[in-house]
Design a protein around this ligand. Structure first.
Ligand code: NAP
Length: 298
């Protein structure tokens, strides 16, 4: 029997690449959008679809070219929407409308855990709330995945936080809920497979919980090197220069959100990655040096 086709939007991003990987491992035929037809997707077994995932006309072509009736939808406030809530909403609406026109039988929308609970200063999550409503009212068969903070933030050179030997930095030292983008993909594979069970439902993607010292301890265990936990910037600078994110972290630090738990997520993905698992999975520091000698490619 031919494998089910899935179209993954923004397949070259932090989420997209690991969602593609997990869907491929689960046996799907994976088509991924990218604006340029480089070799990077094809070399990983993904069928590249040249498409700007924010544009309706491109999306229509992507559905037609791939023939996929399943789609994983991502939107992005900071980069593709250039920090504009309306623009991010329009991106998501274009994807949902294109999926409807293409007769998609299962759309998974990636939102954020507790999206509706953040205060008015946390602008980067506002379009997610509106898009959840839009997809629910669209008539498109759908499910919603709601991830918490990505482990990938711990090695994010594009946002001035490359992972270096002996130190782990983040914007909070406090207890935080994390997930691996790979587990977003593993959850998506389960939802696509058990379509009837998951239609109209949402799932919080939360793999592990701990403070930055515990994250550092996990890296120390995997690397065999002592690791310091360090704030990426003092809190007053976080408030001054990253006010939107600062308010998101206040929800984590003061209100102890998001409400979901790793235990609940593990009922669906029992082997969800812990911090230690994620450092092993990730495999390398930002300068490409291996984290542990026995670890292979990421
Ligand atoms: N960071 C977290 O902890 C966290 C937690 C929960 C949810 N999220 C959500 O994750 C989403 C971000 O996903 P991500 O991290 O995977 O994104 P990402 O890594 O920033 O995506 C990068 C890709 O976006 C494409 N791109 C860049 N600029 C673009 C533009 N102007 N127009 C169209 N495409 C453009 C590029 O692909 P090509 O050049 O190949 O086209 C690039 O490879 C956001 O919605 C965020 O809210 C993040």
């Amino acid at each position: 029997m031919a494998a089910d086709k899935v179209l993954v939007l923004n397949a070259t991003g932090k989420v997209g690449r690991n969602v593609c990987r997990a869907l491929l491992e689960a046996g799907f035929e994976v088509h991924g959008t990218t604006r340029s037809a480089g070799e990077s997707l094809a070399s990983r077994g993904i069928k590249p679809v040249v498409c700007n995932y924010t544009l309706r006309a491109d999306l229509d072509r992507a559905f037609e070219q791939s023939g996929a009736k399943k789609v994983f939808v991502i939107t992005d406030f900071f980069r593709a929407a250039k920090s504009n809530v309306d623009r991010e909403f329009q991106q998501g609406r274009a994807a949902i409308d294109a999926a409807k026109a293409a007769g998609v039988d299962h759309l998974i929308f990636m939102s954020v855990a507790d999206a509706e609970c953040f205060d008015e200063h946390t602008k980067h999550l506002k379009a997610k709330v509106e898009l959840e409503k839009y997809v629910r009212e669209s008539g498109v068969p759908h499910s919603i995945l709601r991830p918490c903070a990505f482990f990938e933030n711990l090695d994010d050179a594009a946002n001035w936080n490359p992972l270096k030997k002996g130190v782990v930095s983040f914007l909070t030292l406090q207890d935080c809920k994390y997930c691996a983008t790979y587990d977003i993909g593993r959850a998506a594979a389960i939802l696509f497979r058990d379509r009837e069970e998951w239609l109209g439902k949402s799932l919080d993607v939360i793999g592990w919980q701990g403070d930055l010292k515990q994250v550092a301890a996990a890296l120390a265990k995997v690397s065999g090197v002592p690791v310091k936990a360090k704030l990426a910037m003092p809190i007053f600078l976080r408030r001054l220069f990253l006010n939107d994110l600062h308010h998101m972290f206040l929800y984590y630090e003061v209100q102890k959100g998001p409400r979901g738990t790793p235990e609940a997520f593990k009922k669906v993905v029992p082997d969800a990655l812990s911090a230690e698992d994620w450092f092993r999975f990730h495999g390398r520091y930002s300068n490409d040096e291996k984290i542990a000698a026995e670890i292979g490619a990421r």
